[in-house]
Design a protein around this ligand. Structure first.
Ligand code: PLP
Length: 480
């Protein structure tokens, strides 16, 4: 049956189009709310069964099925098998449920569909992003010369920092313009140093940047899963003596598995000594900046030349939402290129800011709106409470594990992740995770010193100690 939506295309000043938008959103919201029947994170359907269901949906018909049938198919096959990120049974990755007001922000972002590349595609959005970047730089202790840009995620933020700092290092030390001439002849002497448990985006970026995985030297960690600064210094100085060019040291403030925070002050001192830049990957740990109780765990993050901040992790904003902040905003000029059709110099001279000039992306979402709305609504204390709860839940879970002879938990958590294993062995731990998945509880799995480990990433503000206790009991029963 045809309805008002089937005859609509895009929004307009016309009443029918406004009604069509309201209908699409209201009916979709009703379907979403109806799909939430209990606190399970997942239907438990196995990949083969799910693939078969998806195959039945088809790809592209000649005439289209209309709105009602399309929504029916979404209700039947897609929504029930989505991952319910708000469930207190979802805790495998640094992937959060979304704050409710930020979902409203997403609606605004999609309806207006402004693009952040040029002022004439995003007038107020450009000004809001600039204001958010300014505020974030101050929050993280940066001064007047700082700047930054929103990105698609931590990987792109890290890669942006790598490009910008590599180019600046080469310009300073080899008087060579990478942007124009490509890599210098002895590019294979360039080295990046980071933790052996740092996020893989550094190797991936090194490959994309033409430096290769071998340019990333993985530094050993101590028993707190932080870079061993003494050994790091030895390795870096030896490389320098042997003719390598250490251009970047990366500290992680919140490693992906353990949430461990590298000692920024020691790594900063090494960076200074060997003439390298310091980047802090705070994709995970940046949320602590909002907490009066735990902020000091980040150390002097403002010592870094650049900082990755992800809002789609501890800050609980919807994917995607991340920023790269830089102490000296001119390093982002590596992304500047003028095009007659987009970012004319004459407009910029008259105050029209074109953000494409400091981003790897061209067309880009107005993700800064999510930060604006959530920061405005909750304030620092509102976010501080969310961060404190996550940290305290992890610390409670850890205290339960170490008091229980059945479990092994090698690293005391500093953020909200706990890596642990049931002592029943590798196969049993793997089976526990699979069994939980089938029952709608999704937890993480990783490897520590050759052992299969389980992982809880406790970002959900609804999570209680009782829920954590019941999960421990369930794991113990499964291990039997
Ligand atoms: C420490 C760290 N850095 C970077 C990233 C990459 O972030 P994204 O997945 O947003 O690209 C992650 C992802 O988990 C991470 O844990």
């Amino acid at each position: 049956m045809q309805n008002i939506l089937d005859n609509a295309t895009v929004l307009s000043v016309g009443e029918n189009d406004k009604k069509a938008l309201r209908m699409a959103i209201e009916e979709t919201l009703d379907a979403i709310l109806a799909s939430i029947k209990d606190d399970s994170a997942f239907s438990g359907m196995n990949p083969y069964a799910l693939r078969a269901e998806v195959e039945k949906l088809g790809f592209l018909s000649e005439e289209g099925t209309g709105w009602e049938e399309t929504l029916e198919s979404v209700k039947k096959t897609i929504l029930p098998n989505m991952l319910f990120t708000w469930s207190s049974q979802y805790m495998p990755h640094l992937h959060s449920p979304a704050l409710i007001e930020s979902i409203a922000a997403e609606l605004i972002i999609s309806v207006y569909n402004n693009s952040m590349d040029s002022w004439d595609q995003s007038p107020v959005a450009t000004e809001i992003e600039e204001a958010m970047i300014h505020g974030l730089c101050r929050l993280f202790g940066y001064g007047e010369d700082s700047g930054g840009t929103f990105t698609s995620g931590g990987s792109q933020s890290n890669m942006s920092a790598l490009i910008a700092l590599r180019d600046r290092y080469i310009e300073r030390n080899l008087s060579w313009d990478v942007k124009k001439k490509g890599l210098p002849y002895d590019y294979n002497k360039l080295r990046i140093y980071t933790s052996e448990i740092a996020h893989f985006s550094f190797q991936k970026s090194a490959h994309i940047l033409g430096l290769g995985y071998d340019s990333v030297v993985l530094l050993p960690i101590d028993d707190k899963a932080r870079i061993d600064a003494g050994k790091a210094r030895e390795i870096i100085m030896r490389d320098k003596e042997n003719g390598y060019m250490p251009f970047l040291i990366v500290a992680t403030a919140g490693t992906t598995d353990f949430g461990s925070i590298d000692d920024i002050a020691s790594l900063h001192a090494i960076a200074d000594e060997c003439g390298a830049f310091l980047h802090v990957d705070a994709a995970y740990g940046s949320g602590l900046m909002m907490s009066d109780r735990y902020r000091e765990r980040l150390g002097d993050i403002s010592a870094a030349d650049s900082i990755t901040v992800d809002f789609h992790k501890m800050f609980l904003l919807p994917i995607s939402c991340s920023a790269i902040l830089v102490k000296d905003r001119t390093i982002l000029d590596c992304f500047l290129i003028h095009a007659d059709y987009l970012n004319r110099e004459e407009d910029e001279e008259d105050g029209y800011i074109n953000l494409v000039g400091k981003s790897m992306q061209t067309t880009r979402r107005f993700d800064a709106l999510k930060v604006y709305m959530s920061f405005r609504m909750r304030g620092r204390h509102g976010f501080g409470k969310i961060m404190d709860r996550a940290v305290e839940n992890a610390s409670y879970f850890y205290s339960r594990l170490i008091a229980d002879g059945d479990f092994f938990a090698p690293v005391k958590p500093e953020l909200s992740s706990v890596v642990f294993a049931h002592r029943s062995g590798d196969d049993s731990n793997k089976a526990i995770r699979r069994k939980l998945l089938e029952r709608g509880t999704v937890i993480g799995q990783t490897v520590y010193q050759g052992r299969v480990m389980l992982k809880f990433t406790l970002l959900n503000p609804h999570l209680t100690h009782e829920r954590i206790d019941s999960l421990i009991d369930e794991i113990k029963k499964l291990a039997e």
